[in-house]
Each structure stands twice: as structure tokens, then as C-alpha cells.
Design a protein around this ligand. Structure first.
Ligand code: HDD
Length: 719
């Protein structure tokens, strides 16, 4: 007798969601992928193992020895080549943003900017160009964990028809420093302390807060990094920003200032700190796995590209300088105009060849886009090109398929390590008199890149302009733009981080800055640290308290509107109601979400109707922190077993403490009681008495968090 089919323990992979007639990014130009071999041979046979020189290998298990027990012979070229190559496999990790994850996709223009720029990528609505995006954390090493409290890099390479455009941004629209000469100090202070080499991927230590508290210009950024922006739920749910003011230039060279914004179509979502700490243990690859699974499951993440366009006259109305990278222009004052979308629809073939070797350079801008005089941007333009030589070892890093433009290229640059594309022919210089056939490329004053013709009569000097002197007003504006729960999280984060700082004077110095931002915040943090408030820090300019809150800066105000793209964890045991399980998975799938089954054993369970259900996680390896909402539907007997199990009780109590929506069968409610929560159930703990309750539960999950619960369960807040 054939055994009954086993139900899947996770949302079955869909065929990619591709509308008829639409091509995936693979088809947008060449070259693509790794440029490597696939090891497949025509006709489906098995490839013969060879050396790098193509010599077929007979024995890859034993080195060549003189006699059975004799020494290895120098003559063994296969052994020597294999070990030699292995010894050189690693390249230097990025000095910052070492840990990252990338994917391919495309950018499509939805509104033309032809009236303000000649950039080819912004001309024709509906036209697509290939894209590669790498997300990253900043401070941690390549092998660190994904949910460090850290800024996320959001680096986009668009392979336009007129050359590569790299918009190397972050998920935060401002930066710590105004002048790039401070970048090495800032990074040194944030990274592990040099004598002890810890803490890894943390800013919660003396050196970081020492530097920050001596650098008032960082205070706006400090508000952002202490907010939940630095613990995003996934790359798919975070914004990206070009940060600097750039210029767009039309054919006549007229300039329009521009700030670039990426807005996730699934809207904003973060985790809470206690959850982040636990996710790092349960799944250090949480963010990269999320991106991989979403794309492989056909749920392609997408962002709208928005622009804020303005001219000099508009810029002049502000007290702050639009060239200062510690400032934003609030969206409520200058709305963000959506002009295109970025879709990631293809994972890499090989992590090293693509994600590790991709080389972003802020200086890569096509004709029609130009730099402003933001000093940080000017400084970055040197650093990125320079660092690629160190990292990739050759000025020919542009020959790597992931870095090569997809448009025609013609130049006289040649030779160097690993040159793969030296031009043919006799001529390698210009001007030359070899004529159009043999003489090679010529510059084109009309088509070519032209810089904005700026005049600047000022003398050379090393100073910070007065227009960069307001360090606190926008920090305050960010803070007052947050909802109360988000303000509480900022206070909690500051208390957590500063409690790891050993020197009291550094903690006190930070409090003196917070007093210039918001007195209540300063008091909350002082209380949390058990410290008395000092005098406010000496400010170069007084804080403006008349700036209006900007709701666009709040994650909660811009949070999810449904369960699409989110994940439900379903805790089951033997005897779980089969109809309820089916109704839940149907409802979550219909809402555009996915599910994963958590069970006492990885071998799965037998449902009430006798059907076998596979598990995705054993309970110890599938804690509720991995999910956006949970359904706890053990049978009553199953619940009794789970009640005696620590990880099972943690599953429900963590979901509760993290303010998640929880669906409960009768057995689920028993488990809540066993976890000591029986009398605390609230309206976000939803009864799943019958299969018919499932759709309403999934619909109720839309906000994803029941924030009112946090104040009830948070001891710090009660004290
Ligand atoms: Fe940077 C990498 C973003 C300031 C120097 N940076 C790097 C990456 C991102 C950013 C996303 C990773 C790119 C990738 O995935 O490969 N950096 C920023 C933003 C900044 C910023 C948004 C401020 C607005 N950076 C900045 C300054 C300097 C650098 C002021 C130096 C003067 N950044 C680098 C670098 C890195 C880098 C050392 C390391 C690896 C790389 O460039 O390719 O050159």
C-alpha cells in the first residue's frame, strides 16, 4: 500500500510571479552571473575532475608519496596546485560593511525626469536597466550576525546604457560626520577596541560613545541609530537613502539638486531589541536567509525610487546647509516624488563571485547626474576606488562580470594584474592619426560626461562652515516625530548601550548632549543609568524647538498594512486539528504571507485526520522570534507535553513579550497558562476554536504588533 502523502511544513515554493510577457532580470544585457563554469557536460554525463590547467585527475584522495609510508613528493603538481589555491582563497574583507548580501534585479522608470536631466536612465518611462543591490551591516566582520544594532548599507548598482551608476546609500538618510577626514576615527571608534578585539559588531562600548560624545555633529545620526531603524525585520522592509544632495544636469548644464529615496513597497518593519538578541542566536543569517527565501519563493522585493528635487533658492530658505550630510529635508516640506521601481528577482549564482567581488564606487555616475560640494561625498569619491584596489588586487576589477558595464566600452587603459580585456590593434593612445577604422575611440563633447560649471571665488582653507553648526535641532525633530513606543525604544537603546560603557564621564557627557535634544529623553536615560543630570553641553547653536514633527520618520506610522511578505509560525503536535491547520495555511497564503511548521520533532507530526505533516523546525531551533506572528495549535494532549518543555514555554512567552499576534487553539491557551500568561491574554491573543476563525486571525495580524502590551510586561517601564 502506498503511504499517504506528507503535507509540507512550509509554504511550498511558487513559480516566480512573472506577469505574461515580462522577462526576469537575467535577460537584461550581458555579462551576467559569475562568469564561472557550471561543471555540467553536454548530454548529462559527469565531468572529469581536472587541475586548473585542464589536466585530468586520476586520484584526488591521496597525495603522491615515495612508498606507502614515505614523504610527499615535490613532483605532486596536483597536490601543490590545490593547496596553493586554497591558501589564497581569501581576499581582504571590506574595511566597513564587511558583512553583506546581494541580489540581482532591475530598475524601471515610471515617471520621466527628462525635463531636468539628460541621464539616459531617467528618460523613457517603462524602460528597464539591470541592477545589483548589496545590503550590509557596517561595523561587524564578514562572519558576524545579521541583527547587530547597526546602520544597514543599501548599495545599488544600475547598469545603465551610459555606464554604471552606483548609488551607495544607507537605510538612514544622515551620517555621523560632516567631513571625511574624520571617517577613519569614527570607524576605529565603532569597531572592536584594538587591544582586546571586542566587542564584535556592537557600538555598546567605551570607544564608540567616547568619540560620539566628543562629536556633537553626530547627534542627529545617534537618534536614528538608537531607534528601531537599526534592527530591521528584513532588508525587504527598510528604506534606502542616497544621503547626500546630488545634482541632476540637463543638456544645457542647468542644475537641479536631488536627494534619492528607496521606499519598500511592503512598508517599514523592525524587530524589538530583545528579539534581535535572540534572533542572532537562533539564526545569525536571518536577513540573508529572508532575502534568499523571498526571491526563491517568487515573492520579489520591490522599492519605489523617490526624488526630492529643489533649486538653490529653495535651499537658501533653510538655516541648515543642504550640503551638510547630517541634515534631511523633511518630506512634509518637500514631498518625495516616485519616479521608478527597483525589483530584486534573482539570487546570485555564486556568493563570492558576485556579492563579495561587487565593487561600488560613489564616483560612478553617468552623464546627467553630478556631485554636489557635500564634503563627505567628495571624500567618498576617493575612498571607494582606492579600497577596491586593496580588496580586489588589481585596477582591472572592472573586468569582473559583476562590475563590468553592460553598455559598450572603449578606452586605452591596458595591462595590469589579471587583464582580461586588452583592446586589439596597434593603437593605444590618443590623439592619433590612424583614422577612424584603426585609431580607436574619440571623446564626444556632446554625449560625454560634463561636470556642473560651478564658480567658487573663496580661498583655500580648513574650516567648518557656520551653516553646518546646528547639531541638535534635527535630532530633536527626529525624536518628536516618533510615536510614544518608538520614543521609549530610543530611551531603552541609549540606556542599554551606555550601560555597557565603563567610564562614567563618557555616560555623563552623552547625557549633556541629550539635554540639548529633549529634556524628557535625557531624564529617562539618566534614570535608566542611575545617574544625575549634568549641565547641557555647550552648543554651537541653540536647538530650535519650533520644527514640526515629520510623521514620515516613524516606522510605526509607515508600518505594514497586511500580512503580505510576512511569516507565520505554526506550533503543532500530534493530534493537531487538521482542518484548523489547513484553514490557517490557506488564509496566510491568500494574504500573500508564508508559514513554517514548528513541531516537537523534525520528523513532523500526525494530524487529527491521520495525515502526516512535515516540520520545518524542531521547537528548540524554531523559536517564535523567527516569525511575524504565531499560531499555537497543539492538541490538548500535545499541550500537556509541551507544558513541561522550556523552549515550548519560551515560544509563547517570547511571542507575548514581543507584542506579537498569537492565535490559540484550546491546547494553545493551555500552553499560555503553563507559561504563566493565562490571566494576561489580551485582544491580540486570538482564539482559534474552529477553522472558520483562521481568516479573521490572519486579517487581525496586519499591524503585526500589539504595542500596548509592551508597557504591561516591561519591568523597566513599570519601575
Ligand atoms: Fe562608505 C563601503 C555607505 C561614508 C568609505 N559605504 C560602503 C558601503 C556602503 C557605504 C553601503 C558598502 C558597499 C558594498 O556593499 O560593497 N558610506 C556609506 C554612506 C556614507 C558613507 C551612506 C555616508 C553618507 N564611506 C563613507 C566615507 C568614507 C567611506 C565618508 C571614506 C572617506 N565605504 C567606504 C569604503 C568602503 C565603504 C572604505 C568599504 C568597502 C568599500 O568601500 O567598497 O571605501
Amino acid at each position: 500500500m502506498t503511504p499517504p502523502p506528507i503535507k509540507s511544513g512550509e509554504t511550498p515554493r511558487k513559480a516566480p510571479k512573472v506577469p505574461p510577457g515580462v522577462q526576469l532580470s537575467e535577460s537584461y544585457g550581458e555579462p551576467q552571473g559569475t562568469g564561472g563554469e557550471t561543471h555540467q557536460v553536454a548530454g548529462g554525463g559527469v565531468a572529469t575532475l581536472t587541475t586548473q590547467q585542464g589536466i585530468p585527475v586520476a586520484d584526488d584522495q591521496n597525495s603522491l608519496k615515495q612508498g606507502a609510508r614515505g614523504p610527499i613528493l615535490m613532483e605532486d603538481f596536483h597536490y601543490r596546485e590545490k593547496i596553493f589555491h586554497f591558501d589564497h582563497e581569501r581576499i581582504p574583507e571590506r574595511v566597513v560593511h564587511a558583512r553583506g548580501y546581494g541580489a540581482h534585479g532591475f530598475f524601471e522608470l515610471t515617471e520621466s525626469l527628462a525635463d531636468v536631466t539628460r541621464a539616459d536612465v531617467f528618460q523613457r518611462v517603462g524602460e528597464r536597466v539591470p541592477a545589483f543591490v548589496r545590503f550590509s551591516t557596517v561595523a561587524g566582520s564578514k562572519g558576524s550576525f545579521d541583527l547587530a544594532r547597526d546602520v544597514r548599507g543599501f548599495a545599488v548598482k544600475l547598469y545603465t546604457n551610459e555606464g554604471n551608476w552606483d548609488l551607495v546609500g544607507n537605510n538612514i538618510p544622515v551620517f555621523f560626520i560632516q567631513d571625511p577626514i574624520k571617517f577613519p576615527d569614527m570607524v576605529h571608534a565603532a569597531k572592536p577596541e584594538p587591544d582586546r578585539a571586542f566587542p564584535q559588531a556592537q557600538t555598546a562600548h567605551d570607544n564608540f560613545w567616547d568619540f560620539i560624545s566628543l562629536t556633537p555633529e553626530s547627534m542627529h545620526m545617534v537618534m536614528w541609530i538608537m531607534s528601531d531603524r537599526t534592527i530591521p525585520r528584513s532588508y525587504r522592509f527598510m528604506e534606502g537613502f542616497g544621503v547626500h544632495t546630488f545634482r541632476l544636469l540637463d543638456a544645457e548644464g542647468n542644475s537641479t539638486f536631488v536627494k534619492f529615496h528607496w521606499k519598500p513597497q511592503l512598508r517599514l518593519q523592525s524587530v524589538v531589541w530583545n528579539e534581535a538578541v535572540k534572533i542572532n542566536g537562533a539564526d545569525p543569517d536571518f536577513h540573508r536567509r529572508d532575502l534568499w527565501d523571498a526571491i526563491e519563493g517568487g515573492d520579489f522585493p520591490a522599492w519605489d525610487l523617490g526624488v526630492q528635487l529643489f533649486n538653490q533658492e529653495f535651499a537658501d530658505q533653510f538655516d541648515f546647509d543642504v550640503l551638510d550630510p547630517t541634515k534631511i529635508i523633511p518630506e512634509e516640506i518637500l514631498p518625495v516624488r516616485t519616479i521608478g521601481r527597483l525589483v530584486l528577482d534573482r539570487v546570485v549564482d555564486n556568493f563570492f563571485a558576485e556579492t563579495e567581488q561587487v565593487a561600488f564606487c560613489t564616483q560612478n555616475v553617468p552623464p546627467g547626474i553630478d556631485f554636489s560640494n557635500d564634503p563627505l561625498l567628495q571624500g567618498r569619491n576617493f575612498s571607494y576606488l582606492d579600497t577596491q584596489l586593496k580588496r580586489l588586487g588589481s585596477p582591472n576589477f572592472t573586468h569582473l562580470p559583476i562590475n563590468a558595464p553592460r553598455c559598450p566600452m572603449a578606452h586605452f587603459q591596458q595591462d595590469g594584474h589579471m587583464a582580461m580585456r586588452n583592446p586589439k590593434g596597434r593603437v593605444n593612445y590618443e590623439p592619433n592619426s590612424w583614422g577612424p577604422q584603426m585609431g580607436g575611440p574619440r571623446e564626444d563633447p556632446l554625449r560625454g560626461f560634463r561636470s556642473f560649471a560651478e564658480t567658487n571665488p573663496e580661498p583655500k582653507q580648513r574650516l567648518r562652515p557656520e551653516s553646518f553648526a546646528d547639531h541638535y535641532s534635527q535630532a530633536r525633530q527626529f525624536f518628536i516625530s516618533q510615536t510614544p513606543i518608538e520614543q521609549k525604544h530610543i530611551g531603552d537603546a541609549l540606556v542599554f548601550e551606555l550601560s555597557k560603557v565603563e567610564r562614567p564621564d563618557i555616560r555623563i557627557r552623552m547625557l549633556s548632549h541629550l539635554l540639548n535634544i529633549d529634556a524628557d529623553l535625557a531624564q529617562t536615560v539618566a534614570d535608566g543609568l542611575g545617574a544625575a543630570l549634568p549641565q547641557p553641553a555647550q552648543a554651537a547653536m541653540p536647538t530650535r524647538d519650533d520644527l514640526d514633527p515629520s510623521p514620515a520618520l516613524s516606522i510605526v506610522e509607515n508600518g505594514p498594512q497586511g500580512f503580505a511578505g510576512r511569516k507565520l509560525g505554526i506550533l503543532v503536535t500530534d493530534g493537531t486539528d487538521a482542518d484548523l491547520f489547513d484553514a490557517l495555511t490557506e488564509a496566510v497564503t491568500a494574504a500573500g504571507g508564508v508559514f513554517e511548521v514548528v513541531a516537537p520533532k523534525i520528523g513532523g507530526v500526525t494530524l487529527s485526520d491521520g495525515a502526516a505533516l512535515a516540520a520545518k523546525h524542531k521547537i528548540d531551533g524554531g523559536p517564535s522570534v523567527l516569525f511575524d506572528a504565531v499560531a499555537v495549535i497543539p492538541s490538548s494532549e500535545g499541550a500537556q507535553l509541551l507544558a513541561g518543555d522550556g523552549p515550548s514555554r519560551d515560544f509563547v512567552s517570547d511571542a507575548f513579550v514581543h507584542c506579537k499576534f498569537i492565535g490559540l487553539s484550546e491546547g494553545g491557551a493551555d500552553l499560555m497558562t503553563a507559561a504563566g500568561l493565562g490571566d494576561k491574554l489580551d485582544e491580540a491573543c486570538i482564539t482559534l476554536a474552529a477553522p472558520g476563525d483562521a481568516p479573521a486571525f490572519i486579517a487581525a495580524c496586519a499591524p503585526l504588533r500589539h504595542w500596548q502590551r509592551e508597557l504591561m510586561v516591561d519591568l523597566d517601564a513599570k519601575a
